[in-house]
Design a protein around this ligand. Structure first.
Ligand code: ADP
Ligand code: MG
Length: 253
């Protein structure tokens, strides 16, 4: 998709859990070639929103559209082939398997069938193609030297990058990252930010849901700030950073 194309869009998305309004009419979009960050203090509703924008859960009101199609009406197995890639808040890798095997599993998603089934049916040619794609993504993410290393023996920052490489193996147009900086050391955060900037330059649209405000300040093109489920600010990092409501929400005003 051309730079600036809206890939993923939430329109007035509200989510209620009984009487609790976890998301209150949240609208935002993710465009090709942009990094959009959704930030907010603990309990603000970030994970709830992530679940809806990634199609794991449906809004109580409002709509999410992926490639201009209502996600509510799409079967989950079509998300990857329509261009949606994601990572999880807690690393989900097969620790004893090598980096390249973990990433090759992501490439399976592109073929619209369960990976166990496709694993059994793979012929040598298909398997070689998946491994070649996995190696390409690993190198793209700067982990070429670790292709054969068991995932569990990598540092957390590198494991997060493996998860990104795995998501990239299904060739997404839009990438959703749930708290990618959580638990990372300073240098790991910097390396991750560099990788995300590179992917943006390649034309991906990226949504980063993050608690760490500092991490997104130097990275995001646009930032949406949630507090108690409601958007309290939206704009460029400098605008958001100067917003008194944001400072209040973060510094416990
Ligand atoms: P964040 O990720 O920003 O920390 P969450 O989206 O996890 O915030 O939670 C927002 C609010 O919604 C919290 O008050 C939380 O307790 C509530 N909540 C989240 N998920 C559920 C659920 N499945 N059932 C009931 N309440 C929930
Ligand atoms: Mg959360």
């Amino acid at each position: 998709p051309a730079r600036g194309t809206v890939l993923l869009q939430s329109s007035s998305v509200t989510k209620r859990f009984g009487g609790l309004v976890a998301n209150n009419s949240v609208s935002m979009n993710v465009k090709a070639g942009e990094i959009h960050a959704l930030i907010g203090p603990n309990g603000a509703g970030k994970s709830t929103f992530f679940n809806m924008i990634s199609g794991v859960d449906d809004p109580t009101e409002g709509e999410v559209r992926l490639m201009d199609k209502p996600m509510r009406e799409l079967p989950a197995r079509d998300f990857a082939s329509l261009g949606l890639g994601r990572t999880f808040q807690h690393v989900r890798l097969l620790g004893q398997r090598s980096v390249i095997e973990n990433v090759a599993l992501g490439a399976h998603l592109r073929a619209k069938r369960g990976w166990v089934a496709s694993m059994l049916r793979l012929d040598r040619g298909e398997e070689a193609a998946l491994l070649a794609e996995a190696r390409h993504q690993i190198e793209r993410c700067g982990l070429g030297a670790h292709a054969d290393t068991p995932a569990a023996s990598l540092a957390l920052g590198q494991q997060r990058v493996v998860e990104i490489a795995r998501a990239l193996a299904s060739q997404p147009a839009v990438l959703l990252l749930d708290e990618p900086a959580a638990g990372l050391r300073h240098l790991e955060k910097r390396a991750l930010a560099e990788l995300l900037s590179q992917l943006r330059a390649e034309g991906l649209g990226i949504l980063v849901v993050e608690h760490d405000m500092e991490f997104v300040m130097n990275l995001a093109d646009r930032i949406t700030v949630l507090e108690f489920g409601t958007v309290i600010a939206e704009g460029k990092p400098a605008e958001v950073q100067a917003n008194p409501r944001v400072l209040d929400a973060y510094l416990g005003g």
